[in-house]
Design a protein around this ligand. Sequence first.
Ligand code: GLN
Length: 185
Amino acid sequence: MRVGLLGLQGAFLDHIPHLKRCGVEPVIVRDAQALSTIDRLIIPGGESTVMSKFLQEFGMLRPLGDRVSAGLPVWGVCAGAILLSQQVNGSPGVLAALPISLTRNAYGRQIASDTRPIDIALLDLVAYPAVFIRAPRIDRVGEGVVVHAVRDRDPVFIQKDHIMASTFHPELNPDDAFHRYFISL
Ligand code: GLN
């Protein structure tokens, strides 16, 4: 299995040990050619504006959009979730692959980065210490979107068919459950 890690910007390296423990040697994706060789993709956390600019500059935006529409399993983490979202702060999103609306940096300055215990029945995780770093808030989920976990009432881990998104950073915890699940999609 060829699991791609979008390596244009952000926290992609932290995913590598997880994938290796799952028996997968990841492919760092930095151009459209590499994109065409993978059979799933993690879009990491980072800065969504910078990542979208690089996607455009490196001619990857269109090919990535096409592959996602054609069924490529994708996991967006934080900034990655922002790129996948249909609506971002009231404007159309970059890939617009997930029927959700979100607000960037919505948890405010003081609590911009924190760890919250959340339960994720899907992965058999109780009080999992989810790390939120300048996270977006998902304000609306559309039809067909399954909410796997919430923070208070806000969805923080969601999935629609082959696309999943988390507004926190599972790559920063030792647990491999998220990566194992993504590989199973
Ligand atoms: N605040 C970042 C953005 O708007 C996301 C932060 C993250 O990925 N941890 O893109």
